[in-house]
Design a protein around this ligand. Structure first.
Ligand code: MN
Length: 151
């Protein structure tokens, strides 16, 4: 089982939340954007990479128009099964609130470095080339990124 999911599992009590604990490793590259009505309404962007879903919370929602930059805060890797998760996380649990899939589909990875990820989404609502750019910080694990549609 992937130790990349340790933080995800540590934050959750699977006897209380309907969220998946995870286990799948192989799947075709896909993305999902979930609409999450937690303490604040936000989108969660997830890209399947390295066997887990790399995840970012996007407080002002995913941009659909060109050149609009939005903050994307990296969160813990989620299990592949989370890509089809919809449900209600109970009060008192981490991320309490309703989760629905906003869009999902295949994606193509165009460029990936430690600080930049460029990818083409082929969803029903989100189509186009997007870039995630990590903020410059002292920490190699700086969690703040910008997400924008570039093409
Ligand atoms: Mn969320």
């Amino acid at each position: 089982m992937s130790s990349r999911l340790q933080e995800y599992r540590d934050k959750r009590d699977f006897s209380r939340t309907p969220e998946p604990s995870g286990g799948t490793v192989d799947a075709e590259p896909f993305f999902v954007v979930q609409d999450h009505h937690a303490s604040t309404h936000h989108h969660d962007l997830r890209l399947l990479m390295d066997g887990t879903l790399k995840s970012w919370a996007v407080p002002k929602l995913m941009p659909e128009e060109l050149k609009v930059k939005r903050l994307a805060v990296q969160t813990e890797d989620h299990p592949v099964e989370y890509g089809s998760f919809e449900g209600s996380i109970p009060e008192g649990e981490y991320g309490a609130g309703d989760v629905k899939v906003f869009d999902r589909g295949p994606y193509e990875l165009l460029e990936r470095t430690n600080d930049k990820i460029v990818f083409r989404l082929d969803g029903n609502r989100l189509k186009g080339t997007y870039a995630l750019i990590r903020f410059k910080g002292k920490e190699a694990k700086e969690k703040n990124w910008l997400v924008m549609r570039t093409l």
